[in-house]
Design a protein around this ligand. Structure first.
Ligand code: ZN
Length: 76
């Protein structure tokens, strides 16, 4: 059986480090995510755009549909 667990890494738009968000923090559309490396603020929507593109390549629709669900919730 293949392990369906995977994670999508959100990468800093400025320095390309993986952003390690607070697991307790709930990010939603419009939020800014501070990079621990360069201290730049990344636009969460842009990060999700990029992550969903990478998700499509890596694990196809599962990741994308999860992201879309998250985004739909965020817009409620
Ligand atoms: Zn950075």
């Amino acid at each position: 059986m293949e392990d369906m667990n995977f994670s999508i890494e959100l990468k800093c738009l400025f320095c390309d480090s993986v952003l390690k968000g607070d697991p307790e923090a709930e990010l939603s559309s419009g939020d800014m995510v501070e990079c621990q490396e360069c201290r730049e603020l990344n636009d969460y929507d842009a990060l999700i755009d990029i992550a969903s593109e990478e998700g499509k390549e890596r694990v196809a629709e599962v990741a994308v549909s999860e992201i879309e669900k998250m985004l739909k919730k965020a817009f409620k």
